[in-house]
Design a protein around this ligand. Structure first.
Ligand code: DOR
Length: 430
């Protein structure tokens, strides 16, 4: 059998929506048309489904090297493929961190065997310590385009200014910030507000995010470097990004499914699955994030997939590490929270999950459009399929999902990565 024929779906890409079949041969889209005749290809039914360019995650923690008990490049890539992703950006807070060419090379080499394309973000500073710049030029030479200390904020304005100045000379480079002022967030375990007072859990105030975004945007006004805000979580920071874009600054932003769906009220369960940095915020913040996606202020929906092994995560709330799984549920949560509620259209959600993040990361093989001659990276989603997370069937090595027991709408049915059907009928093929 040669190739794949995706039959009977509605194709959605940056050029709009239309009915059609997609013929895939040797890793490429060979033909797009109506009622194409099969020519020995494996036929994949897409009846009632949306056929989008493969999803692209700007923000996934793969844990390799250093924490393979929580996740590996292979298990994360299987989770990604099941979630419709054909490419992801691996965050650099591994052990050792990705601040060194040899470590970056080894992750890229292992990523070459994975079920989706794996690219990496390099550390902005050595050891993610926030004091001395990492070898940005050398990592850029290996193809790294996104630089960040994610998991840690670059709190020192002087270091951030140097990073922006240096990165502005590297073609395609993006400086990405985990915007939580270290001093303001210090000692906090959830959003600072009514719920943290009631529960007696020390809080991380929303201003920890907005003061860093405001400061960084002032620096970007001077350096004109591409700047990306990771996991936006507050209404105030969405507003800052909206105004910076109106001014013409080269800024982009992402938000996670949990930040446009869940509030700090979830922490009342004391379930560490709901502990994350930045923390789950108030309902008005959640609403502002959703509005920011709908009006395009927020470019990308990113997972911040952060696996933690049960022996570390299942501890009292204040002792547990922050982070939650996201790759296998992102598309469904986005459809459930944004499309079903009519806060956004499927096309807007697909743009935020596919072609807009692909453009930010410079991944020109991903994000479509779906037409002959393009690399065959596709995701087929049944928007009406209702399902729930089955904890025993997660492909991730960890179990720290906040979505247990929730009804989700929208299921990834097939994922095609460079012409290979890696997921068929919601089952990984390898
Ligand atoms: O909650 C989080 N967990 N936020 C981050 O920025 C890092 C991540 C992790 O690596 O576990």
């Amino acid at each position: 059998m040669t190739g794949v024929l995706v039959r009977g779906g509605r194709i959605v890409d940056e050029t709009g929506e239309r009915a059609g079949d997609v013929r895939v041969r040797d890793g490429w889209v060979a033909e797009v048309g109506v009622a194409l005749a099969a020519d020995g290809e494996r036929e994949l039914d897409a009846g009632g489904c949306l056929v989008s360019p493969g999803l692209v995650d700007l923000h996934a923690h793969l844990r390799e090297p250093g924490h393979e008990e929580a996740e590996t490049i292979e298990t994360a890539s299987r989770a990604a493929a099941l979630g419709g992703f054909t490419a992801l950006v691996a965050m650099p807070n591994t052990e050792p961190p990705l601040d060194d060419a040899a470590v970056v090379r080894s992750v890229l080499d292992r990523g070459a065997q994975a079920l989706c394309d794996v690219t990496v973000a390099g550390c902005l500073t050595k050891g993610r310590r926030g004091s001395e710049l990492g070898p940005l030029g050398e990592l850029h030479g290996l193809g790294v385009r996104i630089f960040t200390d994610d998991g840690a904020c670059v709190g020192d304005g002087r270091v951030m200014r140097r990073a922006l100045e240096y990165a502005s000379a590297l073609p395609g480079a993006v400086v990405a910030q985990h915007a939580e002022d270290p001093a303001l967030a210090e000692g906090g375990h959830m959003h600072e507000g009514e719920w943290s007072s009631r529960l007696g859990i020390p809080g991380r105030p929303g201003e920890a995010e907005s003061v860093i975004v405001a400061r960084d945007l002032d620096l970007v006004r001077r350096t004109r470097t591409r700047y990306h805000v990771l996991h936006l979580s507050t209404a105030a920071a969405v507003d800052l990004v909206r105004r910076a874009k109106a001014e013409g600054l080269p800024v982009t932003a992402e938000a996670t499914p949990h930040h446009f769906t869940l509030t700090d009220a979830e922490c009342a369960s004391f379930d560490p699955a709901f502990k994350v940095h930045p923390p789950l915020r108030s309902q008005s913040d959640v609403d502002s994030i959703a509005a920011g996606i709908a009006d395009g202020t927020i470019d990308a929906i990113a997972t911040d997939h952060a696996p933690h092994a049960p022996e570390t995560k299942e501890q009292p709330f204040e002792d547990a590490p922050p982070g939650m799984l996201g790759l296998e549920t992102a598309a469904a949560v986005a459809i459930t929270s944004l499309v079903e509620t009519q806060a956004a259209t499927f096309e807007q959600v697909a743009g935020a999950l596919s072609w807009r993040p692909a453009a930010i990361a410079g991944l020109s093989d991903h994000g479509g459009p779906i037409k002959a001659g393009r690399p065959a990276n596709l995701c087929v989603i049944d928007p009406a399929a209702a399902w729930q997370v089955d904890i025993d069937r997660l492909a991730s090595r960890s179990r720290n999902t906040p979505w247990l027991g929730r009804k989700l709408a929208g299921r990834v049915r097939h994922t095609i990565r460079r012409g290979e059907a890696v997921v068929v009928d919601a089952e990984a093929q390898r």
